[in-house]
Write a protein that binds this ligand. Structure first.
Ligand code: ATP
Ligand code: MG
Length: 867
C-alpha cells in the first residue's frame, strides 16, 4: 500500500495535493504529520466523513511499501515519514518548488514550475480523465487559489489558470473557496497586524525600498501568512522581511517580494530557508535577532540586481536642431556633436528627428540649402524615465528611431542616442577587460605533433611559410588551440593573419589548387582544401614592428585586438605558425590557467551585452568539457538574462547556437543547465525542461542507438532535429510554425518538424492498436514521413507495440523492392497513367505482406489485376 504525505504545517495546497494524489494512487492512505494551518484544521473538521486522514499516532509505517511525497522534498519537513525515506523505500515526489541540494532523491520526481503543487496533479488527473467529486474539486481549487493569491502572484502560470477552469467545470464551488480565503481577521490577528504596521522600518537598498519588521517574544497567532499579505496590501510594500524572535532563541524569517529584481528564495537560501522567488521563509535556531538582521541586510544588498532605467542612461541636455535650419548646417551640427541623429524642435517643442542618413541623402541630391523640416522623420519616440533598459532596447530596435526622448510626466527631460546606448552604458557599469596574467614561453609544437595528423601540421607549416614570404605573422586560434591542451583533435583551422588574409588566401588556394571564397568586407578568406577541409583566414590589422617578430616579447597588438573580441579566455589563445616561432603559444588573457582550472570565463564584463549568443555558448562549452562557468561570469549571464538581452540578437544566430547545442553528445546536460539559468524561455516561453522531456530525450537516445546499430547504412538521420522536435512538444502546431519562420529553419527542416507535429498523434493512435495491423497498412501510414518523425513517434509513444511496428517498418517493410517496372506494364499493353502507380503500389503492398515472393508471382498478380 502507498502512503501519501506532505510537509508539516500543511496548508490548502498540501491538503488538496493529498486528496488529488489519492486519485492517482487509489490503494493508499493519507498522512498529515505535525500541526496544520488553522483554516485547514477547520476544513478537515467539517469534511472528516469524506476525507480520511491519519495522524502520526494512527499511522503504522510497516504497512507501506511506497511513499508519495507532495509539495516538499525536504526530509526535515515531513515528520514521521522521514523514517520511510531513511529506509530507502520507493518514493515518488510531486512538487512545484525548485529542486535544491540536499533534497530527497526520489525514484520518480515530478517538478513543474507552476503556482501550486495541486496544479501538477490536476493536470495529470485531467489527462487521465479521472472523475472528481464536488468536494475534491472544491478543495483542490481552494489550494490553488490560496497558493497563488487567487491567481495574482507572479508565480502563477497559464497551467494554474487552466486547472482552475478544469476544477470549476468539475463543480468546484467558488463561494466555499472564498469563504475560506477572505476570512475576516480575528481580534487577535487584527492586533498583530497593527503591531506589525507599527514595527515596520523601511530601508533603501540599491534604490529599492524594503520593509524590515522585527518582532520579539511574540507568540504569534493564526496564519501569519494571511496577515502579512494584508500588511503588504495595506501599506503597499513590495518587498518585506519579517523577523520573529520566538521564545526558545529561534528566529523565524518570513519574506515576500513582488519585484522581479528581488528574489527572496535566493536571499533566504543563505539562512537554509527556501520557497519561491516571491515568497520564502527560514528558521534560524539559536540565533540573535540583531545579528540575523545584520546578515540579512548584507545578503539582500549583494542579491539585488542593479536595474538600469531610461532615466539613468539618458543625457539630460537635449541638443536640438531648429526645424527651419538648412540641411548643410544640420550636417555640421551632427558632426560637431558626434552623433548620428538629433531631435528637431519647433519653437522649443520637439517635432521630429533628423538623422545623418537623411541629411546625406538630401546633400547627395543637391538639396543642402533645403530646410530640415522637409527631410526629418516627423514622429518622435518618447518613453518615461522609469522604462527599464530591456524595454528601451526593444523600443529602440522596433521603432527604428535615431534618438529616443525621455520624459517625466509630460515634460521632455533627456535624450537617448540609439546607436551607442547599450555598449557605452554597460561598459561604464562593469569592470574593464581582464588583466593579462603571465608571460611564460610555452611551445606547443610537441603537443601539435602528438595530437594533430601529419598532413595538418604540414599544411600549417605551409601557411606559415607563405606568411613569412609576405612579411605577415600567422596564428592558429580558437577551438584547435584550446583542444590541443586536452589532447583532443580539433580540425577547425581558424587562422588569424597580421597582414592581408585575402592575399594570403589567394596564394594558398593557388598552391593547393583548391577553391577560395572571399569576403572582402570582413577581410576574410576561406580556402577549401581536399577532403572538404576548410581553412578560415582572417585579417588582423598589421602593425609595424621596429624589431622583427620575436615572440612573446613583442606585443602583437593587432592579434590582441582580434583575441579580445572572442567569447571566453579558453577560446582566446593563439599559436604562432611562422617558421621562426612555430608552436609558440600566445595567451594574453590567462586562457591556459582557466583551462587547467576548468573554468569558463568571459574576456570582459560587457561580453554578453556585446553578443548574447555567448550565453548559450558558455553552457555548451561548460557541459561539453565538464567545466564550470565561473561565478562572476554566471552573474553576468544572470544580468543579461534578466535584461532580456536576447531580443537584441538576430533569431538566426540564436538558432545556430541551439542547433550546436543539440548536436552535442549529451544535449540534455546543456538543456538542464540552460533551464537553471532561465535561458530556455528565450527559445520559446512554453519550452520547459520537465520529467516528461527528460524521458522523451532518453527514449530518443535509445531508439537512435537502435537505428544506428541496425539501419545506419541505409539513411543517415538528423538526430539534433529530433531533439528539436521534442523540445517543441509543448507548442501548438501554430506556435511551432511561427517558430520555424522566426528562426528561418531550412525548408526541409521545417517540413519535417511540422509534419511530425501535425500527424504524430494520429500515427501513434493507429500504431498503438491492439488488433493486428497488416504490414502494408503500416507501410502506407509511415512511408510519407521522414525517418526523424517516424523514430520520434516510437520514442514518444513509450509503447512496445508501437516501437516494434516502427522498427519493422524501418528495417523490413521500407526495404522491400519490386521487380515489375512501368515499362513492364507498357509491354503488357497498358497505357501510362494514374493507374500505373496504383498497380505498382498494390504489387508493393502485397509483397510487403508476404503474398508475392518471386518475380513470377508479381507478374502473375499484375496480369490478374489487369484482366
Ligand atoms: P567547437 O569545437 O564547438 O567548434 P570552437 O571554439 O571552435 O568550438 P566555433 O564556434 O567554431 O567554436 O568558433 C571558433 C572560435 O571563434 C571560438 O573559439 C571563439 O574564439 C570565436 N567565436 C565564435 N563565436 C564567437 C562569439 N559569439 N563571440 C566571440 N567569439 C566567438
Ligand atoms: Mg569550431
Amino acid at each position: 500500500m502507498d502512503l501519501i504525505t506532505t510537509h508539516i504545517n500543511a496548508d490548502f495546497d498540501a491538503l488538496g495535493s493529498l486528496v488529488a494524489a489519492k486519485k492517482l494512487y487509489p490503494d493508499s492512505r493519507l498522512l498529515l504529520s505535525g500541526s496544520q494551518e488553522k483554516a485547514v484544521r477547520e476544513f478537515l473538521g467539517l469534511a472528516k466523513d469524506e476525507i480520511s486522514v491519519l495522524s502520526e499516532k494512527e499511522c503504522r509505517l510497516e504497512d507501506y511499501n511506497r511513499l508519495i511525497l507532495l509539495d516538499t522534498r525536504h526530509r526535515s519537513r515531513i515528520g514521521l515519514a522521514a523514517a520511510l525515506v531513511d529506509k530507502g523505500i520507493e518514493t515518488h515526489i510531486y512538487d512545484h518548488h525548485p529542486r535544491m541540494k540536499g533534497d530527497i532523491v526520489a525514484d520518480k520526481d515530478v517538478y513543474e514550475q507552476v503556482g501550486a503543487t495541486i496544479t501538477i496533479l490536476a493536470d495529470i488527473i485531467k489527462k487521465k480523465r479521472i472523475k472528481l467529486s464536488y468536494l475534491e474539486a472544491t478543495l483542490m481549487l481552494l489550494g490553488i487559489y490560496e497558493e497563488t493569491g487567487s491567481l495574482t502572484y507572479r508565480t502563477t502560470t497559464k497551467l494554474d489558470v487552466d486547472m482552475v477552469s478544469f476544477l470549476l467545470s468539475h463543480g468546484a464551488n467558488l463561494s466555499v473557496v472564498s469563504s475560506y480565503l477572505n476570512r475576516e481577521l480575528s481580534e487577535a490577528e487584527l492586533s498583530l497586524l497593527t503591531r506589525l504596521i507599527n514595527a515596520t522600518e523601511r530601508v533603501t537598498v540599491k534604490s529599492v525600498s524594503i520593509a524590515v519588521i522585527e518582532l520579539e517574544g511574540e507568540n504569534y497567532v493564526g496564519e501569519l501568512g494571511l496577515i502579512i499579505s494584508k500588511l503588504q496590501n495595506v501599506e503597499n510594500i513590495p518587498v518585506l522581511f519579517v523577523l520573529i524572535k520566538t521564545k526558545n532563541r529561534r528566529v523565524d524569517i518570513i519574506a515576500r517580494s513582488s519585484l522581479p529584481s528581488v528574489n527572496v528564495n535566493k536571499i533566504l537560501s543563505h539562512f537554509d530557508g527556501g520557497g519561491h522567488a516571491s515568497a520564502a521563509a527560514a528558521k534560524i535556531h539559536d540565533g540573535d535577532i540583531g545579528s540575523v538582521r545584520d546578515k540579512l541586510l548584507k545578503v539582500i544588498k549583494s542579491n539585488i540586481k542593479v536595474r538600469v532605467r531610461a532615466g539613468d542612461m539618458m543625457s539630460d541636455d537635449i541638443n536640438t536642431i531648429g526645424i527651419n535650419e538648412r540641411i548643410d548646417a544640420a550636417k555640421k551640427m551632427l558632426l560637431d556633436a558626434k552623433v548620428s541623429a538629433m531631435p528637431v524642435a519647433d519653437k522649443g517643442k520637439i517635432e521630429g528627428v533628423i538623422t545623418m542618413r537623411d541629411v546625406n541623402k538630401a546633400m547627395k541630391r543637391g538639396f543642402g540649402h533645403s530646410r530640415v523640416k522637409g527631410y526629418m522623420f516627423p514622429v518622435v519616440t518618447r518613453i518615461s524615465r522609469d522604462t527599464p533598459l530591456g524595454v528601451v532596447q526593444k523600443i529602440a530596435l522596433e521603432k527604428d528611431a535615431g534618438v529616443i526622448i525621455v520624459t517625466r510626466g509630460k515634460k521632455d527631460i533627456g535624450v537617448i542616442n540609439r546607436s551607442d546606448i547599450f555598449r557605452s552604458l554597460y561598459r561604464g557599469m562593469f569592470a574593464g577587460p581582464r588583466a593579462i596574467k603571465k608571460k611564460v614561453v610555452v611551445n606547443m609544437s610537441g603537443k601539435m605533433r602528438s595530437v594533430l595528423p601529419k598532413d595538418i601540421i604540414e599544411l600549417l607549416k605551409n601557411i606559415g611559410s607563405l606568411a613569412d614570404g609576405m612579411g605577415y605573422s600567422a596564428f592558429v586560434v580558437g577551438g584547435l588551440a584550446r583542444d590541443l591542451f586536452m589532447d583532443v583533435k580539433n580540425l577547425d583551422l581558424d587562422i588569424v593573419i597580421e597582414g592581408n588574409a585575402i592575399e594570403l588566401g589567394r596564394l594558398l588556394s593557388k598552391k593547393l589548387r583548391s577553391a577560395l571564397v572571399v569576403h572582402k568586407r570582413f577581410g576574410t578568406a576561406t580556402v577549401i582544401a581536399k577532403d572538404h577541409l576548410k581553412i578560415d583566414l582572417a585579417t588582423a590589422r598589421r602593425e609595424v614592428y621596429e624589431k622583427p617578430a620575436a615572440l612573446p616579447t613583442v606585443e602583437f597588438s593587432s592579434l590582441k585586438d582580434d583575441l579580445i573580441r572572442r567569447d571566453f579566455t579558453i577560446n582566446a589563445m593563439a599559436i604562432s605558425i611562422n617558421k621562426a616561432n612555430f608552436g609558440q603559444l600566445v595567451d594574453f588573457f590567462g586562457g591556459e590557467v582557466d583551462l587547467a582550472a576548468g573554468r569558463i570565463a568571459v574576456m570582459h564584463d560587457g561580453s554578453f551585452i556585446d553578443d548574447p549568443t555567448r550565453i548559450f555558448r558558455a553552457v555548451r562549452f561548460e557541459q561539453r568539457l565538464g567545466f564550470t562557468i565561473d561565478a562572476h561570469t554566471e552573474e553576468l549571464i544572470q544580468c543579461a538574462v534578466d535584461e532580456e538581452m536576447f531580443y537584441k540578437v538576430e533569431p538566426q544566430r540564436i538558432r545556430d547556437e541551439i542547433v550546436l547545442i543539440l548536436k552535442e553528445n549529451e544535449p540534455l546536460k546543456a538543456l538542464r543547465r540552460m533551464a537553471e539559468l532561465h535561458e530556455l524561455r528565450f527559445i520559446h516561453p512554453k519550452i520547459r525542461l520537465d520529467g516528461e522531456l527528460v524521458r522523451f530525450y532518453n527514449s530518443i537516445e535509445k531508439i537512435c542507438r537502435w537505428y544506428e546499430e541496425t539501419c545506419l547504412a541505409r539513411r543517415s538521420i538528423d538526430k539534433w532535429l529530433m531533439y528539436l522536435m521534442a523540445l517543441f512538444e509543448r507548442l501548438s502546431c501554430k506556435q511551432a510554425q511561427e517558430l520555424c519562420g522566426r528562426y528561418v529553419f531550412r525548408r526541409g527542416e521545417s517540413l519535417r518538424i511540422l509534419s511530425y507535429k501535425k500527424c504524430a498523434g494520429r500515427i501513434i493512435k493507429v500504431l498503438r492498436s491492439e488488433k493486428p495491423l497488416k504490414p502494408s497498412r503500416i507501410y502506407a501510414l509511415l512511408e510519407k514521413f521522414s525517418y526523424e518523425a517516424i523514430l520520434l513517434v516510437a520514442a514518444k509513444a513509450g509503447s512496445a507495440v508501437v516501437a516494434r511496428r516502427v522498427k519493422d517498418f524501418l528495417s523490413e517493410y521500407n526495404q522491400v523492392r519490386i521487380s515489375v517496372k512501368g515499362d513492364d506494364l507498357k509491354a503488357l499493353g497498358l497505357k501510362p497513367g494514374p493507374r500505373f502507380g496504383k498497380i505498382l503500389d498494390s504489387v508493393l503492398h502485397r509483397k510487403i505482406d508476404g503474398l508475392l515472393k518471386t518475380k513470377k508471382d508479381e507478374f502473375d498478380y499484375v496480369r490478374r489485376f489487369i484482366s
